[in-house]
Write a protein that binds this ligand. Structure first.
Ligand SMILES: Nc1nc2c(ncn2[C@@H]2O[C@H](COP(=O)(O)OP(=O)(O)OP(=O)(O)O)[C@@H](O)[C@H]2O)c(=O)[nH]1
Ligand SMILES: [Mg+2]
Length: 435
């Protein structure tokens, strides 16, 4: 399916070495292509991708994220915004009426819905109110029997409204009643009148439109017509599995402002899921990556704010190193963080000095715990006699203390260079680093 291409876009972002304006524009074009191929309405495509571009080029990176993650976050959020809310049907006594064009998947969906709510513990029944297609009765009855779902239908009756009336009487004790109605090639007056009558008698809590994903952008016209005729509460998109045009139905839902409730992803009754926008977009973009990123965003936004501005102003002290180490213990090594800098930070740093093992982190913290406030804030005053004292106090060696000081000096240097780079030719604001 065309939307699958979005996964490749995410991969491309993840693998990029440089995130600059040119790259953002390239990504935006890729996303445009994927959405248009998936039959998303061009206007929506433009809205979504304009927003991505604008934010990617101007928004400050949240503390603790790298520029790649920042872009992915924006893509995720804008796609979510594009899709809108899903419709969640609460697990309580309700009636659902299904409507839709011929062959859209109503009868199959009636069984899917019934099984869905039955599995959630509701006493569920289906009603065949399709008196037009001779096989409709048997089709739904068989599906219901296969899944031990209560069924009501009247094989010989031609009056669908009467059937519904009888069904409600008989099924009074059931929690969830799903009514399957007849479909037509087009929205003929007869169908509309019957739909309105059934809706009057059944008084459903939800009138759900069943839309075949394969019709692409035609979904919009269809959905509008049904909405005008009887007022739709939610949309079920079927056959999402077999088409590259699923974006058309998604787009239609958004256009008329009706939430999507479920998605059918195959012929089998099990191939059905509640439409959860976050889960849906996550999957489009490649579940693993996005989930990990969202967790990280949550984590870093909860973490203590460190002030990169202070680093850049040159008031970079051993206290900052202390915080940095604490942040690293949560987020991974500093070299990883450098890799993620937008300009592929080509600063030459001594790898031995920068290498930071867990052990070293612990040792550095112990050493700093033995320093006075003054030493931490003004490391310049740490001479050899202070080094000796600190080493003894922390149970380490003077070499260890010197190593920490070397590390501090290197970091300070890096910060200075970054400050220069920022003033120079950076396409972005300097990201808030994760330390
Ligand atoms: N691949 C796939 N096929 C589906 C899905 N939902 C329904 N179908 C198939 O679509 C065809 C039509 O499904 P029905 O449930 O009979 O459609 P309907 O809207 O009740 O049709 P009418 O009653 O004639 O208007 C059947 O072959 C179903 O198996 C789906 O989510 N994926
Ligand atoms: Mg049917």
């Amino acid at each position: 399916m065309a939307l699958e291409a979005l996964k490749d876009v995410i991969k491309k972002i993840t693998r990029s070495s440089t995130i600059d304006k040119k790259f953002v524009e390239e990504i935006v074009r890729d996303i445009q292509r994927a959405l248009i191929k998936a039959d998303v309405n061009v206007r929506h495509v433009k809205e979504i991708t304009d927003a991505i571009k604008k934010r990617a080029l101007s928004e400050e990176i949240i503390h603790g994220l790298n520029p790649r993650e920042h872009i992915i976050k924006i893509v995720y959020e804008e796609l979510m915004r594009g899709i809108g809310e899903g419709l969640e049907i609460p697990l309580k006594k309700s009636k659902i009426m299904l409507v839709g064009l011929q062959g859209s998947g109503k009868t199959t969906t009636a069984a899917k819905l019934a099984k869905y709510f039955k599995d959630k513990g509701l006493r569920t029944a289906v009603v065949c109110a399709d008196t037009w297609r001779p096989a409709a009765y048997e089709q739904l009855k068989q599906l219901a029997e296969a899944y031990k779902i209560a069924f009501y239908g009247e094989k010989e009756t031609k009056d669908a409204v009467a059937i519904v009336r009888n069904a409600l009487q008989k099924l009074r004790d059931y929690d969830m009643i799903v009514i399957d109605t007849a479909g037509r090639h087009a929205l003929e007056k007869e169908l509309i009148d019957e739909m309105i009558e059934i809706a009057k008698v059944a008084n459903p809590d939800y009138k759900l439109l069943v839309l075949d994903a394969a019709i692409g952008q035609l979904a919009s016209k269809q959905a509008k017509a049904f909405h005008e005729a009887i007022g739709i509460d939610g949309i079920i998109i079927t056959k999402f599995d077999g088409t590259a045009k699923g974006g058309g139905a998604l787009s239609a839902a958004r256009e008329i402002g009706i939430p999507i409730a479920f998605i059918g992803t195959g012929e089998k009754v099990e191939d059905f899921e509640r439409f959860d926008p976050a889960g849906f977009v996550s999957r489009l973009l490649g579940m693993g990556d996005i989930k990990a990123l969202l967790e990280k965003i949550e984590r870093v936004t909860r973490e203590e704010e460190l002030d990169p501005e202070a680093f850049l102003k040159g008031t970079f002290t051993l206290k900052d190193i202390y915080k940095q180490i604490e942040a690293m213990q949560k987020m991974g090594p500093i070299s990883k963080i450098f890799e993620l800098l937008p300009f592929g930070l080509s600063l030459k740093v001594d790898e031995n000095v920068m290498e930071m093992t867990q052990e070293k982190m612990k040792k550095f913290k112990v050493i700093m715990d033995s320093m006075t406030e003054e030493e931490l804030l003004n490391p310049k005053i740490i001479d050899s006699s202070r080094i000796r004292r600190i080493a003894i106090g922390s149970g380490t060696t003077p070499q260890d203390v010197k190593e920490l000081l070397r590390y501090y000096k290197t970091m300070k240097n890096v910060m200075k260079k970054m400050k220069k780079l920022e003033k120079g030719r950076l396409p972005f604001k300097l990201p808030k680093l994760g330390f």
